[in-house]
Design a protein around this ligand. Structure first.
Ligand code: B4P
Length: 191
C-alpha cells in the first residue's frame, strides 16, 4: 500500500478522527485534522481561535477562508510531500476546489476519498457518549443534530465531486474500530 493523498469523508462522529490516527500510523504519513487545529487555536485564544469558537460551539462551519488558510499552511510543510490524510477537510465545495488548486501548485493531488458510511441515530449515541468522556462544547444533542444537517447540505455533495473522478471508496463505519480500520486498508489496497 503506497502513501498518497487521502481525504476522509463522513458525517460528524462517523469516526474520521479515530480512523485517521490509525491509518496515519500504518502509512507513516501525517494526519491533518482541521477540527484538531481549530480546537488548538480556540484553546490558545489565537485570532483564528477567537473567531472560530462561537461558530464551532453552534455546530456551524468555520469560514472557508480561515479553514483553507490553516490547511494550506499545514499541507505546505515538508512532511506532507510523501502523502497525507485529510480529516474533516474539505467540508464544502469551495474548500474542495481550493484544495485542488493548492495541491496542484505544490505538485500533489488527491488519490483516494474514503467515505465512512454510518446511520444517524447510531452516531448521535456515539457523540453523546463522547460528550460524557471529553466534554466537547459541540457534543450536545441539539448541536449534534445541527452538525448533521450542515453535513447533509454542505459536505455530502463532495461525494459527487470526488465520484466524478472515480476516487470514492465507501467503508461501512458502524462496526468496531479495528474492523473499520481493516476495511479502510482493504479499500485503499483495492483503489
Ligand atoms: P471535527 O473535529 O472534524 O469532528 P467530528 O466530525 O465531530 O468527528 P469525527 O468524525 O472525527 O469523529 P471521531 O473519530 O472523533 O469537527 C468539529 C467542528 O470543527 C465542526 O463542527 C466545525 O465547526 C469545525 N470544522 C472542522 N473542520 C472544518 C472545515 N473544514 N470547515 C469548516 N469548519 C470545520 O469519533 C466520534 C466518537 O465516536 C468518538 O468518541 C470515538 O471514540 C467514537 N467512535 C469512533 N469510531 C467508532 C466505532 N467504530 N465504534 C464505536 N465508537 C466509535
Amino acid at each position: 500500500m503506497s502513501s498518497r493523498g487521502i481525504v476522509l469523508l463522513g458525517a460528524p462522529g462517523a469516526g474520521k478522527g479515530t480512523q485517521a490516527v490509525l491509518l496515519a500510523k500504518k502509512l507513516g504519513v501525517p494526519h491533518i485534522s482541521t477540527g484538531d487545529m481549530l480546537r488548538a487555536a480556540v484553546a490558545a485564544q489565537s485570532p483564528v481561535g477567537l473567531k472560530a469558537k462561537a461558530v464551532m460551539d453552534a455546530g456551524q462551519l468555520v469560514s472557508d477562508e480561515i479553514v483553507i488558510g490553516i490547511a494550506e499552511e499545514r499541507l505546505k510543510a515538508d512532511d506532507a510531500a510523501d502523502g497525507f490524510i485529510l480529516d474533516g477537510f474539505p467540508r464544502t465545495l469551495g474548500q474542495a476546489e481550493a484544495l485542488d488548486r493548492l495541491l496542484e501548485g505544490i505538485g500533489l493531488r488527491i488519490d483516494c476519498c474514503l467515505a465512512i458510511t454510518v446511520d444517524t441515530e447510531g452516531i448521535v449515541k456515539r457523540l453523546l457518549k463522547r460528550a460524557e468522556i471529553e466534554g466537547r462544547a459541540d457534543d450536545n444533542e441539539a448541536t449534534i443534530r445541527e452538525r448533521m444537517r450542515v453535513y447533509a447540505v454542505e459536505t455530502e455533495p463532495l461525494l459527487g465531486y470526488y465520484a466524478a473522478r472515480s476516487l470514492v471508496r465507501e467503508v461501512p463505519g458502524m462496526d468496531s474500530v479495528p474492523e473499520v480500520s481493516d476495511a479502510m486498508v482493504a479499500a485503499l489496497e483495492a483503489a
